[in-house]
Every structure is written in structure tokens, then in C-alpha cells.
Design a protein around this ligand. Sequence first.
Ligand SMILES: Cc1cc2nc3c(=O)[nH]c(=O)nc-3n(C[C@H](O)[C@H](O)[C@H](O)COP(=O)(O)OP(=O)(O)OC[C@H]3O[C@@H](n4cnc5c(N)ncnc54)[C@H](O)[C@@H]3O)c2cc1C
Length: 366
Amino acid sequence: MKVTVIGAGLGGLCLAQGLRGAGVEVEVYERDRDVHGRFQGYRIGLGDLGLDALRACLPERLHGLLDATTGSLSGSRENYGPGLEFAGSRPPMTATAVDRQVLRQLLLTGVDVRFGKRLSAHQVLDDGRVRAVFADGSATEADLLVGADGINSAVRAQLSPDVRPEDTGVRCVIGRTPLTDRFAALVPGFGAGVSDGEVMLMIGLMRFRRPPREAGAELGVTLPDVGDYARWVLMPAPEQEELSPRDTVLAAIEGWHPDVRALVEAADPEHTSWLSIRVVRPGARWPLGPVTLLGDAIHATSPSGGNGANTALYDARRLRDLLAEPGVNLLDAVDTYETAMFSYGAQAVEHSVAALDQFLPGRRAA
Ligand SMILES: Cc1cc2nc3c(=O)[nH]c(=O)nc-3n(C[C@H](O)[C@H](O)[C@H](O)COP(=O)(O)OP(=O)(O)OC[C@H]3O[C@@H](n4cnc5c(N)ncnc54)[C@H](O)[C@@H]3O)c2cc1C
């Protein structure tokens, strides 16, 4: 069996690692010109769903590196007023903090990725196989084509053309600030939310157990040279003036505690940007065949749910498990995968949309 994966994001690479480990022939095609093609380095939180999937798919020799290059998140999420006066806390939680760029590079280890290959179309052939055609005119054939090509998926556009990204109308600024003791003190537990009742600045920390580059070098794995940082997000009220992303946030938190303002002022401008929140709801199933989808390509969540990567990694693990079964019938495996994925994928999207409100205290009060 040969599997072609479109998209070297977290989901596609996790699947490729898992298939490779199970002895299934797999190749990955990615539109970016190389691994540094786009900034991918925001912090995400993984729970057991995502972490177990990673451990199941990565070779054992990389498990220690995975642990070393993540961070632990535990405790309650504290809420504060604009002057940092305590305003209550949420029940304690635990998760694992992961830098997306570090994880992506770790997942690339040993996987055959062809960069600079943008899928433009696919065709199911008479013999039941599938041909993927790329923008540069080249093509490849496989027994199964997996679209792991993210929210604007070209595979989905052909397979399920009625399913399109939906704009929630919410835009946020996401920023990153190198960590100092002053900024670390803002987040004593799992995370912190600072709010004046109109907008909320959510702050979370990325503290690596070991510097990724150093830990990777010991195993001959090249990982980014990134230090600890604070990741913060604010969804400005729609009427708030749009300056640069950082200045928009500074205008929204005018008069707030100096430590909070200093966090935003010290942001790394290269890693601070606007983000429009869109989701993809799975919709109706397409006819069963040798083409399927995983991750954001079929169930893109709002970041407020903290579950998009977890669900994409879980998809990868499930599909790997089904395809690696001895004597597997390919279409039965795809059918079983899609039946469950459509259900839990839709739930993941709804959960993330419901969680959007907590970032928008002004809208909730209106
Ligand atoms: C700010 C933010 C915070 C988040 N926080 C969390 C969190 O805490 N927890 C969590 O679980 N999730 C979180 N998420 C969601 C998570 O990042 C995504 O759900 C996850 O990365 C999706 O992985 P994927 O592999 O499906 O898609 P992607 O990572 O988007 O990968 C798709 C890949 O396909 C490639 N591609 C696209 N089109 C083509 C084409 N035509 N041909 C070839 N290649 C193509 C792209 O270049 C890309 O490399 C967050 C997301 C954001 C934006």
C-alpha cells in the first residue's frame, strides 16, 4: 500500500511518522518552499489525546526528545482586573505546552517530505488508485490520498466543495514576548486572563524543559533555536482602531497595570500578528473512496477550544492504526475512520466555538 499525504503540518507529519513506523510506504507533499517557509511558532496546549497520538506514531528514540522540548502546564487559570487585582480562578487543569514550530521540526525527522509542491487537483483512476497533480505539472499516484492541507484545503475543495471555512467575525492579535521573571510572575498557574470587562488579555507561558536546539543536537535532530516566551492573545472590540497589531492591543489596554503593558510593549514584532478566526464544519460525507481528509482540512476549530491540534493528531493515529491492521481492506479502513471522525470532529468544532465567548467579555455582557 502506498499513501500520499498532502500537507506537512502537525496532522500530516504525525500520520507519516506512524505509517513509516508500521512499514507502510508514505510520501508527503508540502507547498511551502522549505521548513522555514512560514512562521508556525505559537504555543499550543496538548492534552492526553494529542500526546498519546504523538507517542504512538513517533519512533521510540524520539520520545525523550518530545518530552524534553515541551513544558508542563498545571494549576488554575487566574483572572485579574486591569490593575492586576485578583478576580477569581478557574478549576486546576494540566496540559503540555508545545511550540508548534519545534514540534513540526521534530515530526519531520526521517520523513520524506517534498517541499515546494502545491497540490492543484486529484483524480480517482479506473483501477481505484488516485493521482495527485501539483501546480508545477508533476503528478504522483497512490492507493490512498490524505488531504492534511489545513483550513484552505485544496483536497477538500474538490472532494467536498460545499464545505468551506466560515468566518466567525472574530479577529484577534496573537503575540509573543521573550520570558523574564517579571512576565513569568503574571502567570502563577496554568494561565492568566486580565480583563476590564470589555476585552481580555489571555497569557500563557512556553517554558521548555530543555532548550530545543541543544536537546535535539544530542540526537542529531535539528530543532529551532528558541527560548522561553509568553504567548498572549487579545480579541479587540470591533470598533477598536486598527493600528499595528501590537499598538492595537496597547490602545485596548490603556491604563492597565504597568507589568501587563510592559509584556505587550516588549513583544517580538515579527511574532505578533492579526489572526481571523475561521472554522470548518465537516458537513455531509462524500462517497467512500481512496481520498480522505484529516485535521483542519475537515474540522478546523477556533483556537479558543485548544483542541485543533489534539484532534488532528488523534485523526492521524486512528487512521494509522486502521491502515496498519494486518490484511486490511483499504476502503473498510477509510470508512471506519471517517464514520468516527465526522462525529468527534464536528463536536470539536462546536466545543471551540462555544469557548470563544470567554475571550470576549464585552460581547457576552451585551
Ligand atoms: C493561535 C492558535 C492557537 C492554537 N492553539 C491550540 C491549542 O492550544 N491546542 C490545540 O490542540 N490546537 C491549537 N490550535 C490549532 C492547531 O494549531 C491546528 O488545529 C493544527 O495545527 C492543525 O494541523 P493540520 O496538520 O490539520 O493543519 P496545518 O498545521 O495547517 O498544516 C497544513 C499544511 O498543509 C500545507 N498545504 C496547504 N495547502 C496545500 C496544498 N495545496 N498543497 C500542499 N500543501 C499544502 C500547509 O502549508 C501546511 O503546512 C491553535 C491554532 C491557532 C491559530
